[in-house]
Design a protein around this ligand. Sequence first.
Ligand SMILES: [Fe+2]
Ligand SMILES: [Fe+2]
Length: 182
Amino acid sequence: MVRDFHHFKGNELTRSEQIQRAVVELLLNTNSITWELKHSSGCCQIGRILAQKRKLDVEIAEIACILHDICVIVEGKYEEHARRGAETAKRMLEESGDFNGDEIQLITEAIAHHSEKQIRTGKPYIELVKDADVFDCSLYENAQGFYVLHKPKDVYDEYVKRIKIVRKELGLGQNEVFREGK
Ligand SMILES: [Fe+2]
Ligand SMILES: [Fe+2]
């Protein structure tokens, strides 16, 4: 059966769509609306693509990705935002009443550890969120400067390594890492 698409209006949203809409509504109150909207949406889409590639659950992946910087969206700061964001996400998911304990665990541990790009955990959703995060950032014009200027060299190198692996996985050229601007 062909169903019409709601375009995120009305009350017919799935549990994942309700979380996605809640994130958009929260980020409209930040002083960084454009970035938070673009980055959360970008990560969400990349998470869906990587989940399909890796034969993971697309819904868990998209929710973990859309929520990964929820602490920044709610509080406007980056200090310990991964660990603290996981707590915020846990509350949101529990309050929705739509997710079981295992699902909440998968999503929140991916959020809690997403900043540890230099660590490879072997846990698929944690690595997926890290990869979606760095790959999304690599696609903006001239984003490289931020990482060169604000991250320690070893962390920057890990970002580059991860971006290259994702680019290979997606069949993209290996000569480019961060997109250059015009
Ligand atoms: Fe983050
Ligand atoms: Fe992020």
